[in-house]
Design a binder for this molecule. Structure first.
Ligand code: XBP
Ligand code: MG
Length: 258
């Protein structure tokens, strides 16, 4: 039987609810700083999340929602600069402790480390954003807990492409069957399943109604002792929170079933 050796985590929406009150706010402040009147409301941002990656999302906004904007000659450069200032704002917001980790995240990651499990990150967000979140919301040294941090433009294609998960697996020298992935969105699970990774989903307000076909388990959150998760789809489990034991049991079931 294949042993469960590693856990690979998405960041935005999975480790923390970063989109509505973090990334969205940072985009709007960067737009203001650049003298733009663009306003990404909570509702509009939900539509913009269809496209992953901040630079890609700005371009999608101009293509689909703001065609009247007079584009500068070098649009790529303009977007890159705008995005740079968005990253500066976003990391500042994180350093002010604006975004906490989601329920159960730190507990599960701590338990996994103690159990000797290998840990990695696979995300489309900019590396500086991952560092800031881990440092300010998890632990001063949390970045060092993760053997590989696959983030941002390190791969040619962002999620829903499987590139970032393939990159992480390759760096770790692991087969997909030795790992579990954690995601929160349709684009995320397309990416992880595209790399043949069994995936556990924790939904959030933006992703609750997404299609999670193929997920191993869909939960409202990871749960904690005293605050049980709700299983939204998948096998019925008697546990009330994600623990290393439960992950091993789920993984064993898949390996036995195959
Ligand atoms: C996260 C994203 C990112 C962030 C913005 O998706 O889509 O684009 O919203 O980050 P996932 P940057 O959780 O699937 O990785 O602005 O740094 O690109
Ligand atoms: Mg996500």
């Amino acid at each position: 039987m294949t042993e469960l050796k590693a856990l690979i985590f998405d960041v935005d929406g999975t480790l923390a609810d970063t989109e509505k009150d973090g990334h969205r706010v940072a985009f709007n402040l960067a737009f203001q700083q650049a003298g733009l009147d663009w306003d990404w409301t909570v509702e509009l941002y939900g539509q913009l999340l269809k496209v992953t990656g901040g630079k890609e999302r700005i371009r999608y906004y101009l293509d689909e929602f703001n065609q009247d904007f007079e584009r500068p000659e070098n649009l790529d450069h303009y977007i890159a600069e705008l995005h740079k200032s968005k990253t500066a704002v976003y990391t500042r917001l994180l350093s002010e402790g604006l975004i906490p980790l989601r329920e159960g995240v730190k507990r599960l990651i701590t338990e996994a480390r103690e159990a000797g499990m290998r840990l990695a990150i696979a995300t489309t967000t900019t590396p500086a954003n991952v560092s800031a979140l881990l440092k300010h919301a998890m632990d001063e040294d949390a970045e060092s807990w993760f053997e590989v941090i696959g983030a941002g433009d390190i791969v040619p294609a962002k999620k829903p492409a499987n590139d970032i998960y393939c990159y992480v697996l390759d760096k770790m020298g692991l087969e997909p069957g030795e790992c579990l992935a954690f995601e929160d969105s349709h684009n995320g699970i397309l990416s992880s399943l595209g790399a043949d990774l069994e995936t556990i989903i924790t939904v959030n307000d933006y992703t609750r109604d997404h299609d999670f076909s193929g997920a191993l388990l869909v939960l409202d959150h990871m749960g904690d002792p005293g605050h049980a998760f709700k299983v939204l789809s998948g096998p019925s489990v008697s546990d009330s929170y994600l623990s290393v034991d439960l992950l091993k049991k789920l993984h064993q079931q898949i390996t036995v079933d195959v």
